[in-house]
Design a protein around this ligand. Structure first.
Ligand code: SF4
Ligand code: SF4
Length: 87
């Protein structure tokens, strides 16, 4: 399941550089996550880095982008050709 950033976001920008997939960018009212790039950090980390650094717990699972772990690993591989996921 990709993550999304809720309206709690105070636009501090801390999460942007922490995303291993460069999925986060500045939006109009909140930072936003590109669901085609978010792997829930699968392949890189055990926890969601955007959520870990966020001071207001704004990142959350996106119910509109439910994916299995296998699908997230496949997304990781398509985003990072030739790189092996850390499991
Ligand atoms: S969960 Fe991980 S991959 Fe997804 S947006 Fe947050 S930091 Fe990026
Ligand atoms: S770390 Fe949290 S508050 Fe800061 S930009 Fe990211 S989602 Fe918004």
């Amino acid at each position: 399941m990709a993550y999304m950033i809720t309206e709690e976001c105070i636009m501090c920008g801390s999460c942007e550089a922490e995303c291993p997939n460069e999925a986060i960018s500045e939006g109009d009212d909140t930072y936003v996550i590109d669901p085609t790039k978010c792997t829930e950090c699968v392949g890189f980390f055990d926890t969601q880095q955007c959520y870990e650094v966020c001071p207001v717990e704004a990142p959350a699972p996106d119910p509109n982008h439910k994916e299995t772990r296998e699908q997230l690993i496949a997304k990781f591989k398509s985003l990072h050709p030739g790189k092996e996921p850390k499991l």
